[in-house]
Design a protein around this ligand. Structure first.
Ligand SMILES: NC(=O)c1ccc[n+]([C@@H]2O[C@H](COP(=O)([O-])OP(=O)(O)OC[C@H]3O[C@@H](n4cnc5c(N)ncnc54)[C@H](OP(=O)(O)O)[C@@H]3O)[C@@H](O)[C@H]2O)c1
Length: 289
């Protein structure tokens, strides 16, 4: 434990692909700044970067991956199929566009961003559209354009829909998981089905930094709130994706070599949910649905 470095640690996906245990989130890092953020992160030791078609920064992320000086095979990059795409043909086209925009030969992981388009989040089920989008991901996976494939924001019924018809099972489900927001039943369902859960917004998009109870527990462990929050998601056997373009924060977020006690894990799990995410509450993922 003492000498353990998060950058040496991986999870193994159900198809045996190894995925670095800590990823860098890039939502809201502008396209013209994100290549620098990727290079800074890689210099610090990050090998896993998370982007999406919707972030408008795939070009910059790809540039960072291509120019950071580390062999492509040692890096892991994820992107996400836009939530609005629910047909096979559109999905095929969008997958190829991502690869082209990033200037890469392949992508390590591609996810369906959401079971519903954002303007109908948690509305209709879109079961057929998701099966069609999934079939496009499967075909790209079989053609070695994607090393692994998965989903995001999928609840149990959305996952069952895919499992009922797929030829390749999803390897990942990326979910909102942070101190005070822990969908334990869904995490357990995923893990039982060999689906790795990735924890997005592990610092609650910054909102948890305002919570005095979390701050006092962090003090007890002699760590910062982001470190406590990242460690929390790791101890749930999920994969944290903290976002920052600040190299000092990148370093801090990787210094998570400590253990939260079982009792404190329970306290963090049951902490009062965040009532609203301030100006970010307008985003469907923070709408509480
Ligand atoms: N699949 C989905 O639907 C979905 C939805 C949301 C997010 N995501 C993914 O998950 C990633 C992370 O989520 P997020 O961007 O919502 O938020 P987050 O990582 O929970 O929080 C980011 C906020 O925390 C701050 N921060 C980070 N490290 C810090 C540190 N050491 N000290 C102080 N402040 C720190 C950042 O500020 P600075 O930038 O100033 O450091 C930023 O304001 C996203 O970037 C994206 O890749 C996916």
């Amino acid at each position: 434990m003492d000498n353990m470095n998060i950058f040496d640690e991986v999870y193994t996906l159900s198809n045996e692909v190894k995925i670095p245990k800590l990823g860098l989130g890039t939502w809201f890092i502008p396209d013209d700044q994100v290549a620098q953020a990727v290079c800074d992160a890689v210099k610090i030791g990050y090998r896993h970067i998370d982007t999406a078609q919707a972030y408008g920064n795939e070009h910059g992320v790809g540039e960072g991956i291509r120019t950071c000086g580390i062999p492509r095979s040692e890096l892991f990059v994820t992107t996400k199929l836009a939530a609005e795409i629910k047909s096979y043909d559109e999905a095929v086209k969008a997958i190829d566009e991502s690869i082209q925009k990033m200037g890469l030969d392949y992508i390590d992981l591609m996810l369906i961003h959401s079971p519903q388009p954002w303007d109908d989040f948690r509305g209709d089920d879109y079961f057929e559209g998701n099966r069609e989008a999934w079939r496009a991901l499967e075909d790209a996976y079989k053609a070695s354009k994607l090393r692994s494939i998965g989903i995001s924001n999928f609840k149990q019924e959305d996952i069952e829909n895919i499992l009922s018809s797929c030829t390749v099972k999803p390897m990942v489900n990326q979910l909102l998981v942070h101190v005070s927001n822990t969908p334990s039943d869904l995490i357990e369902y995923c893990q039982k089905n060999d689906i790795l859960v990735e924890a997005y917004s592990p610092i609650a998009h910054g909102e948890i930094l305002k919570n005095p109870e979390v701050a006092s527990m962090a003090e007890k462990y002699h760590v910062t709130v982001p470190q406590l929050c990242i460690r929390y998601t790791l101890q749930l056997n999920t994969l944290p994706l903290p976002k920052t373009a600040n190299p000092q924060h990148m370093e801090e977020n990787a210094a998570v070599n400590f253990m939260i006690s079982d009792e404190d894990m329970e306290t963090l799990k049951n902490m009062k949910p965040i009532e609203n995410y301030g100006e970010f509450s307008v985003f469907p993922v923070f709408s509480g649905k």
